[in-house]
Design a protein around this ligand. Structure first.
Ligand code: ATP
Ligand code: MG
Length: 477
């Protein structure tokens, strides 16, 4: 690319800038889905758009696909960090980076790279990691690493280039029509976009396990309908309140599509009267599964989900799992089946649900619990007793009494964010327009061209120093 000589200085922030603040969203797995790829990408874009709209009511962001990544336009560096923090939890996101988009021109890239590294202080080693998503650019990644690295080393003689585990990595992605530069990058939650795997009904107690199990399914792209059985009217409604809080905590990961609550206390009382004490829990669970399956069919869901873990409690021995599972035809997904409690707790802590689940509450499961529950229920015995119970009546009544909890009202209780940072920016990335980069390249280059070769360093510093991209180190995290 040729740069016309001109005496103009860099545009200040009120003029059109030659770079754009962006959040870069990286995804792997969805990129591997062949012909489904664009469907998965569209879902991910939509999920990001909805999540940002929910959090930033005053601001809209443009989201574009660029060379196997998503580029989210943001108005400023602080906004970029806020947006990245939200996006990293959205299923399907493997990594988020905060950086700048500029033209594919080393005369621009070099000084901006220097500026980004200076913002990453203190550090003693660095490396350049170039990636060429688009082979239009004449220099390959290796040559880019060397060229940009050599330019930087010359200007930072006290720093050393270190290929393995450097303090800072300066990423340079050459993409269609532009270049992304960034040093700040964070792993995302991974998985697949919510909505890509169909619907499930997740049996959500206020305990530690089921929120984690629900999260696992969200992360694999399932839309989760929560179903909670409350001990009401035999108990208070504390567990329902906790489940609402849990639903709120799941919002960043895609949230519940819907939440239903069944007042289950009366039915447990009847079961307790009609079945041997040692088998009560198996029957509570059979009735729960029956209700869950009926709801799943109504809602078009294709599986049930529980937080069961093998051998964790009496109802989760293989014999009892079999005796309970027998009552439904839909698959029952148990993502925690092979996990230890400590592993589950660690995940619940990450999800921020642990603290809620640890609060004391009356649970329907603790109602009428026998002292010695059966750990090896015989399927034939269970089936014979089940036949005698008024299950059809119970089911009809429960489906009449089931309560729908509006999760939209749940999500509204999540704190709304406002974008911080000066630049107007609503249209920033939107106007980078087509992937050809003509927009970015257009009139701006010639304006700044002359300066770049000469005394640009200071200009860049003053222009972008205030609100360009920071780094891990810069933010102290
Ligand atoms: P904990 O963390 O105490 O084990 P839990 O919710 O996992 O809590 P369990 O007795 O282990 O309780 O129940 C196994 C599974 O059955 C739960 O993970 C959940 O999927 C389902 N379940 C239990 N109680 C309820 C309930 N009240 N409402 C909805 N689902 C429930
Ligand atoms: Mg459990």
């Amino acid at each position: 690319m040729t740069i016309r000589s001109s005496k103009k200085t860099f545009p200040n922030s009120s003029e059109r800038q030659f770079y754009k603040h962006i959040v870069l969203v990286h995804y792997h797995e969805i990129g591997l889905k062949g012909r489904n790829r664009s469907y998965f990408e569209s879902l991910l874009i939509e999920n990001i758009r909805l999540r940002l709209a929910n959090q930033f009511t005053q601001q809209s962001f443009s989201i574009r696909r660029v060379s196997g990544r998503l580029q989210v336009g943001v108005p400023s560096k602080p906004a970029a960090y806020q947006v990245a923090e939200i996006i990293k939890d959205i299923p399907g996101v493997v990594r988020v980076s905060v950086g700048l988009r500029l033209a594919q021109d080393l005369e621009l890239i070099n000084p901006v790279a220097l500026q980004l590294l200076q913002e990453a202080e203190p550090f003693s080693s660095f490396r350049v990691s170039a990636h060429r998503a688009n082979t239009d650019f004449p220099i390959n990644s290796m040559q880019l690493n060397q060229s940009v690295g050599a330019w930087l080393v010359e200007r930072m003689p006290d720093k050393r280039v270190q290929m393995r585990s450097p303090d800072v990595t300066l990423h340079l992605d050459m993409v269609e029509g532009g270049a992304f530069l960034y040093t700040y990058t964070q792993p995302g939650v991974g998985g697949l976009p919510v909505g890509s795997a169909g619907k499930v009904v997740s049996l959500l107690s206020a305990g530690i396990d089921s929120p984690v199990a629900t999260w696992q399914l969200l992360r694999r792209g399932a839309e989760c309908i929560g179903l909670h059985f409350s001990g009401r009217p035999e108990t208070s409604d504390t567990s329902e309140h906790l489940v609402r809080l849990i639903a709120e905590r799941l919002q960043p990961y895609g949230g519940l599509l819907k939440l239903f609550v069944v007042p289950f206390g009366d039915y447990q009382r009847q079961i307790a009267q009609l079945v041997p004490a040692s088998l009560r829990v198996v029957f509570y669970r059979r009735l729960m599964f029956t209700v869950a399956e009926t709801l799943a069919i109504q809602e078009g869901a294709k599986a049930l989900v529980t937080g069961e873990s093998l051998g964790q409690v009496a109802s989760q021995t293989l014999d009892n799992i079999r005796a309970i599972n027998d009552v439904v035809e839909l698959p029952v997904l148990r993502p925690l089946i092979g996990m230890d409690k400590l592993q589950i707790i660690a995940m619940a802590e990450q999800l921020n649900t642990f603290e809620i689940s640890s609060q004391a509450h009356d649970d329907c499961c603790t109602l009428f619990i026998p002292r010695n529950p059966e750990t090896h229920a015989r399927l034939a015995t269970v089936q014979a007793i089940w036949e005698e119970l008024p299950v059809a009546d119970w089911l009809r009544n429960i489906m009449d009494e089931i309560e729908f909890i509006d999760t939209k009202s749940v999500s509204q209780t999540v704190e709304e964010l406002t974008v911080t940072g000066g630049d107007t920016g609503g249209d920033t990335v939107g106007d980078t327009g087509s992937d050809t980069g003509s927009d970015i390249g257009g009139d701006t280059w010639s304006d700044i061209g002359g300066d770049i070769g000469g005394d640009t360093g200071g200009d860049i510093g003053s222009d972008i120093g205030g609100d360009t991209v920071g780094t891990n180190q810069g933010r102290g995290d």
